[in-house]
Design a protein around this ligand. Structure first.
Ligand code: ADP
Ligand code: MG
Length: 704
């Protein structure tokens, strides 16, 4: 399948010298790997790009070395001056010189044998590191490099600096990166020659070399030509893969799925409300897609609380009416369970058999469930990523719904789609994030969109207010009064940048504090809890046994507790607008007047002020999304960092919107003129697809 010249890149990283089990563990933390990959591979090292360089090119004589700068010096070793025995604090010094002056190499807590081996008296060595003046003498403490004259090539004159993780040594990583680079094959060019020329971009191999083995510091800076080249490669691979998927969707006939309405009728009767006009329209669009003799790929976009779930349920019911099965996949366990619970009474009313499959279902019950799924005794399967597992086999999956799509990678979405009989199921993807067009393009290319534009009747506006941190006790006092009247409160603790552990600590602290002031009935929900504990806590809150739910952002997506009417967000200034909007959408679902309190630190930056003011002004998710884009710039949204979506290896993080549209057009042109990728460029492009692991697309492509 994969072209053999790429094999060395997909080998496990522990084939490299210096990479053993311990380093692998560290690499796992330092490298971003695509979903489903657990062991770092050579290619993951290649995509782990440096963020800067240390410049060791200055090679002055000792006399000319400038204190405070990094320099590489060629010196002769004169003498070792070990510290007196028993004095561990005194440094170990090695006197060296060149024809212009003296330089002391200084080691604290040195291992004597190591220093002696590295610096034999009478020989010459290159040493590289920071030169400092110490009284009258010039010295270098702990040189970064000590190499013999004949090994000079090992000394990286421009040393790339990589994102690190605690415990991983820079030298070990550098060495691994060098080996990874050595394994990178020279491949035939897949980009258009004139386009490369116009942009001044290097070849793929050259781009990698200029980043991992730079001889120009500018190459490693943001937006450099080698970076652009690789980002464009990735975007083009992505657009091509999507184009191929789309074509295969269109090409495969797919069977028309038509219901007779009898089950939907029963659900409609059991619903305590009538559908909004948008919900009706969306359903019509979805049903038209399903009934047509081609496969469906549609996005259902609707603000939080707009009622996507019931649309999904009714659409899934159509598939069941047609004698087939449907699946609903949610990004988290909590959500999957909640969907199952919401759907259960309605499904009962219609006689639908619903199953739930998450990572928690194990052993006998799981086997039984899978058995019933395979024999067609389950009509609707609700679950998490667990649905992707190989042994999850449907009797006849005709319709798959993915909730809150931005949490899933393209590969995962494709994988679910292929669980359908005859090569694919109709797909409906639901999201509350009004996705900007550019982002949609990266994820799907063109696809059809239904929008839920109205909120269900009876919704009350949510009063949103920003308040300074300093007034927190006052706020708590007011909340206490509200609780006495039956209110329920979400209290979201801040996102702390670097580590999850401190996220948790902050939440725990707040939980303890609120318990102290408000008494019993304050719960805590965080990502580190096991699933059973999470469910129990959510259930207690939903039942009203807990009055206040202190949570890290795990409640961000989809949770529905209509009685909850107050949302407090601590350090609201640290959240993105879209995220604030999502969080706020958890309240305002019942009959009580609802509030969203945005606690913030002082002083606020201008952007933060604008953001919070925007939240106070409007509840319109589309307006907010636009403003968000404007305030943060497209790049960040494109990189989708805020959702933890590691889909892009190179093209994330910076602003590549312009390159994206170019890649989009390019991919279209390529597939129009060479639909089977059989020309010379087509062959090269296949390699590109493999490089960026769009294997699923290639598989589909073959099937088509
Ligand atoms: P989201 O689009 O955020 O996923 P949900 O599907 O969770 O929204 O719906 C939010 C709430 O609105 C649920 O309690 C649901 O029962 C209710 N709901 C959905 N549609 C309507 C409607 N047409 N009228 C009244 N309530 C509705
Ligand atoms: Mg939802």
């Amino acid at each position: 399948m994969r072209p053999p010249e790429l094999t060395p890149l997909f080998a496990s990283a522990d084939v490299l010298k210096g990479v053993g089990p311990h380093v692998m563990t560290l690499l796992k933390k330092a490298l971003r790997m695509p979903p489903g990959i657990t062991q770092p591979r050579v290619i993951d090292l290649l995509w782990h790009l440096p963020t800067g360089v240390i410049d060791r090119r200055a090679e002055p004589t000792v006399a000319a070395a400038i204190p405070g700068t990094i320099a590489t010096l060629k010196v002769r070793i004169l003498k070792h001056k070990a510290p007196p025995r028993g004095n561990t604090k005194a440094p170990y010094k090695v006197a060296t010189e060149d024809e212009t002056g003296r330089l002391d190499l200084v080691f604290f807590r040195a291992q004597r044998s190591f220093v002696e081996r590295q610096l034999p008296v009478g020989e010459e060595r290159y040493v590289s590191g920071r030169v400092e003046r110490y009284g009258e003498t010039l010295q270098m403490a702990h040189p970064d490099y000590i190499v013999a004259p004949e090994a000079r090539a090992d000394l990286p004159l421009l040393e790339p600096v990589y994102p690190m993780t605690a415990g991983l040594s820079g030298k070990v990583l550098l060495k691994a990166e060098r080996q990874a680079l050595d394994r990178a094959p020279v491949l035939s060019e897949w980009q258009n020659a004139p386009w490369l020329k116009e942009r001044g971009w290097p070849s793929f191999h050259d781009a990698l070399r200029r980043l991992h083995h730079p001889d120009d510091a500018a190459d490693v800076s943001a937006g450099s030509t080698p970076l652009q080249r690789l980002a464009y490669d990735e975007l083009l691979a992505n657009q091509l893969a999507l184009g191929i998927v789309r074509e295969s969707f269109k090409a495969q006939r797919g069977r028309p799925v038509k219901g007779d309405g009898r089950l939907r009728e029963r659900i409609a009767t059991a619903l305590p409300f009538s559908l909004t006009n948008s919900q009706r329209t969306a359903l019509k669009e979805i049903e038209a897609d399903m009934g047509a003799p081609r496969r469906m790929l549609r996005l259902l976009q609707g603000d939080v609380g707009s009622g996507k779930t019931v649309v999904a349920l009714l659409a899934m019911t159509t598939a069941v009416e047609a004698g087939a099965q449907a699946a609903l996949m949610a990004p988290t366990e909590v959500l999957a369970r909640q969907h199952a619970e919401t759907i259960a009474p309605l499904a009962d009313a219609a006689g639908l058999r619903v199953g739930l499959l998450t990572g928690r279902e194990k052993g006998r019950p799981r086997d039984e469930l899978l058995g019933r799924l395979a024999s067609g005794e389950i009509d609707i399967l609700i679950g998490t990523h667990a649905l992707f597992q190989d042994d999850v086999v449907f009797h006849d999956l005709a319709f798959a719904v993915i909730d809150e799509q931005h949490r899933f990678g393209v590969h995962q979405r494709l994988a679910l789609q292929t669980k359908g009989g005859d090569g694919g199921a109709n797909m409906l993807v639901m999201t509350a994030t009004p996705i900007p067009r550019t982002l949609l393009m990266t994820h799907y290319g063109d696809l059809e969109v239904s929008k839920l534009t109205e909120k269900p009747a009876g919704r009350k506006p949510i009063v949103t207010k920003q308040i300074s941190n300093t007034l927190i006790e006052k706020l708590i006092a007011r909340i206490k009064a509200q609780l006495a009247e039956g209110a329920q409160v979400y209290w979201v603790c801040p996102l702390i940048e670097s580590s999850d552990v401190s996220d948790l600590a902050a939440a725990e602290e707040r939980h303890a504090h609120l318990t102290q002031v408000l008494g019993e009935g304050v719960g805590l929900l965080h990502g580190g809890m096991n699933a059973a504990a999470k469910d129990a806590t959510m259930a207690a809150f939903a039942d009203g046994n807990l009055k206040v739910l202190v949570a890290t952002t795990v409640i961000e997506v989809g949770v529905n507790v209509p009685n909850a009417n107050i949302m407090v967000i601590e350090h609201a200034e640290r959240f993105g607008l879209a995220q604030l909007h999502q969080l706020r959408g958890r309240v305002g679902r019942g009959s009580r007047e609802s509030f969203c309190m945005l606690l913030h630190a002082e002083p606020l930056t201008k952007t933060a002020q604008e953001r919070l003011a925007m939240m106070e002004e409007t509840e319109d998710g589309f307006l907010i999304a636009e403003k968000d884009l404007e305030l943060r710039g497209g790049g960040e949204v494109l990189g989708a960092r805020q959702s933890g979506d590691a889909e892009f290896r190179v093209a994330g993080g910076a602003n590549y919107a312009e390159l994206l549209s170019a890649a989009h057009d390019d991919a279209r042109m390529i597939l129009a003129s060479d639909p089977s990728l059989t020309t010379a460029r087509g062959e090269a492009l296949r390699r590109l697809l493999y490089l960026f692991e769009c294997d699923e697309a290639i598989r589909l492509f073959r099937a088509a």
